[in-house]
Every structure is written in C-alpha cells, then in structure tokens.
Design a protein. Sequence first.
Length: 485
Amino acid sequence: MKQLALQALDAALQPGVGYADARAVESWERDLSTKNGKPGQVSSAESAGLGIRVLADGCWGFAATDDLSKGGVESAARLAVAIARASALAKKRDVVLAPEDKYEATWVSPCRIDPFTVPVEEQLSLLMSIDGELRRTSAITLAQTSMTFHRDRQVFVSSLGSVIDQTRTFSGAGFEAVSFRESEIQKRSYPNSFGGQHQLKGYELIQELALLDHAPRVAEEAAALHSADQCPEGRFDLILDSSQIGLQVHESIGHPIELDRVLGSEANYAGMSFLTLDKLNHLRYGSELVNAVCDARLAHGPGLGTFAFDDEGVPAQSADIIRDGRFVGYMTSRETAATIGQPRSNGTMRATGWSRVPLIRMTNVSLLPGEQTLDEVFGGVENAIYMETNRSWSIDDKRYNFQFGCEIGWEIRGGKRVRMLKNPTYSGITTEFWNSCAAVANRDHWTLWGVPNCGKGQPEQVIGTGHGASPSRFHNVKIGAAYAG
C-alpha cells in the first residue's frame, strides 16, 4: 500500500502542481442483523483503492480508482490534474493552504478482541438470543437486532513528505423492541436508537454492552408505553439523557461549526450555518455551564471520530468550540483555516473511503461534563420532564430551529420519576436552548456515544462521529407541541 500511494504521488506531481496527496485504503466490513427470530443481514465486504488530490493552477482536482495497476494509478493521477486545471477556468481566487509539517508515523487503534476472528455463528447466536428474549413479551410485534464491524487501513502520503499508516477498527451493536397496538406504534431501543452504540473498539465493546441482560426491561417498557399518559404540552424544565444530548450536540453544535458550511462551499446538502464569521468569539452560544470541544485524540476516548491524523495529514487535536458559553472555534481544514486567517488547521478533514474527496467532518464533538451529581440534575427543580433515547429529529438548513422526539419520557417531581409519558417531544432555537442549560452531570455519568450514519456532501458521504455527553437539565423549554391537538 505504501508503494502504491507513493507511485500515485509521483504520477500526480506534474509541472504546475503545487501540492498533491494520495490515500491508499483497504477496508473490511461485517454486518449482521435479525428480525423476529430470523437472520436479516449476514454480509461481509472488502474494498481497496486509491484517492488522489492535487492543487494545480490554484484549484483542486480529485480522482480515484480501484485499478491498482501501474497504468490505472497513472491514469487517475492524470485525471486529477486535468480536473484541477479545468476547474481553474472558473476560479474566483487561488486556493491557499495553511502550513503543516511533514510526518512519518504508524498508528493502530486499540482493539483487544479482533471482531473478525470471532466466528459469525457466535455473533449471530447472540443476536438471535436477544431477539428471542424481546419476543418473550407478548406485546412486542417487531424485534430487531444488529451488529456491525469495520476496519480501515489507510496509507497517506503527500508532497510535504508525510507518510502516515493508520489502521482503525470500529464495532457497534444494539436492538429495538417495537409494539403495535390499534393505531399506535411504540418502541424502545438499547443502548441507543439507530443501531445502538458504536465505538473505536473491538469485540470487547459487545461484551461491555451486556445486550442480553437489558432485553427484558426494554421490551417491557415498549409495551408499557401504550398505557402511559401522553406527554403534556407547555413549557417545562427538561432533563435529557446523555444519548439524546449527544444527538442534540451533533445537530445544533457539530454541523453548524463546520467551516465549509459557513463559507458556503457546503450548502446544497443539509444547508449552511447560522454561525457566520462575525459571531466567532462574540456569540453567547450557551450558559456558562456549556463547554464543548472538537477532539479527535485517543485521550478523549474511543470515539468514531478518533484518529492519529486526518485525511490531509494533520495531527489529531482538541479544539475548544464553546468555552463557558461563548462560541470560540470552528472545525477547519488547511484551506478554510487559511481563508479566515488562522495559522493552522485543527485537523477535521475526512473521507468515506478511497473513492471520496476529504471534507470537513465532525470528529468527537462533545459537551464536557459538568460538576453536578445526577441527584442534583434531577432534584434541582420541583417539577420537570425527563426524556430518553432519540426517536425523531428535524432542524432547519441553518441549524437554528429544531424539534426532537424521544422514545420515552417521565414526569419528575422532587427528583423522582412519578409517571411514564409517551410521545415526548421538545423544540427550540439553538442558542436559546443552550443558554437555558441549568445543570450538566459530572464525568461519572459522561458517555462517548457513536453516531455511525452522519451524511454530508454530494455524492453523499456517510461517516461515523463521536459525541460525549452526560445528562443535563434545561429551563423553560417548549415541550409536547408535536402532538398538540
């Protein structure tokens, strides 16, 4: 792979090319699922190819190939250069890159149990056992389970002289119980919705999740929701579990801080951002309890956005995004950092495999833990609504107005759950919502969640992101409007 990448780089360094890089990538995937006692998907896939990026005549060109012969590599390099030169015919200004150093490194993510050495039969047997346990509750009409494993090995080389070899292994698993009664559907998921929990770990993650142990409770809650009271409508203090906070961070902090959205080069798919340049270091994003970072370092945790170097050879970093409630940073690339006068990229460029050009993508965008105990979060007000596990979400194309629905809610009085609530929803405006933050639980209750399905770009790139969060309380939030009569 190193030789292939270097061969591609040599072929790309034609006269007039000011910068070039190449990524040789090998990928392995395994996906398993069940549905109502039967295997759903049992599949595996392998992929290998090269992506080549060049800067010529002040413009980018990109080409990719899975033809790894000498001729195939050289043809892709010529195409990348031709695209750059054609693009220059319509350029408004030359692309300028923030400086970066040369690196030579090899990095392998921690993986205690290689998931690809665990027999498929063993993995499927566990899923079938969970599926069966869910259906022991008679009200469950649909039981679904899933397990996924992914490994990438990437060799990155650049005309700066960098040679970076990285291997990353991801694992994920989860299940859901769905109950259909009359005209109503209720469901509960574990450990999170939309595929469960995903982290930069091996099969040890599956063992840590103790999936089978939680199946009876999850099924019983899905059935009980039919008899629960409808979540009330009005303004209440709102407490969210850490997984819902993670998605709230993803949508209302993570996406708007992507600097390509702000500058307009990412606009057609899922919109731009309200965080225009004049707001940097000036906007009161949240209350003083709100502190958020974009952190790709392994020290932050085994997130789906954890790596040693991004896809343009910039080392993993921790960048402050919100400090004591004030907006202080974007996610940047070498190009966008230079555009706004910053001395260096903070290393957030990533691509979905060899066939896609790197884009600014969320790494691990996390709400840092606060100082409150869980009792203080729940007991800090006399009456509140508590919601768990995302069910639906909607946010406008500037990432400002949003509405979220959760799978289950609870009325909280005096710090205690007093009744279950179904169909809980809440809505708000991003800055008003984060400024209403009144409590953030401490690190004892902080979890680094994985979102494996973040989409961006055209052609679309689906990639994994990480979001650390702990349960938090917000004051005077609009609740229940989605089901108002």
